[in-house]
Design a protein around this ligand. Sequence first.
Ligand code: GLN
Length: 283
Amino acid sequence: SPIPDYLKQVLEHVRPQDGGTPADYIETLAKADTSRLAVALAMVDGQIYSAGDDTVEFSIQSISKAFVYAMAIEDAGLEAVLAKIGVEPSGDAFNKLSLERGSNRPMNPMINAGAITAHLSNLSVDEEVYEAELRDADRNMGIGYMLKAAGIITCVPREAVTGYIRQCSINVNVKDLAMMLATLCNAGIHPVTGESIIPQTSVRQVFSVMTTCGMYDAAGAWVSRIGIPAKSGVAGAIIGALPGQVGIATFSPRLDERGNSVRGVKICERLSSDMGLHMMDVS
Ligand code: GLN
């Protein structure tokens, strides 16, 4: 297949981009090796292609929000989740202390306020990243107390926030992420095992919210330039998906001012234009 060579070319094309810096508010992420660069594509038939540092692990960070949202819908039902978490893009930074006017809900599940509301507990995590983020969690604790005061969460705010930070500290590599995405793209059925993981109705909800809110305050530019549902994380990963076809994952730690990987955005731009992925294009 010519695809692995093509992916190597794409990585070499973006490697000279040395703008941005790794997330500095989490000590472990600040020390990230910025030369790391990887991409993986997973097809809905289970074929996976990758290039670069495709076995290097990093913490999933905000990308967990997409999957935890799907699990919250499974646990509680969409109605109950919508009562607590909205679906409107906030146009704000991911860690803004904000609630929707009128409803008092977090604006959407892709920003921290929404994700702290939907958080998971009891996960296996990278303890160093977890401890480092916990040392610097004043802002997220502030969001937790805001949610408690608004009646959105009823537990001890610290528990919701530590659950959320643990979920952000799970280690993955680009191949893991691409396969997780391919599962969503394949109507929630794992392409290799055939196991049904998430119902299609939840996949549609998750992809909708990723499209409008997944790249935070850069969501509008992302949709118009790249045109696929996507989610980024502060460790430097980005996931993107073309429903019914392919899941994409990239990794490079330098971030732009919105918290999105500089080289990752470039890789996705290149893949979108080379492979005609933009959802608004007529093929
Ligand atoms: N754990 C990070 C935080 O809450 C995740 C943010 C992100 O990946 N954008 O700040």
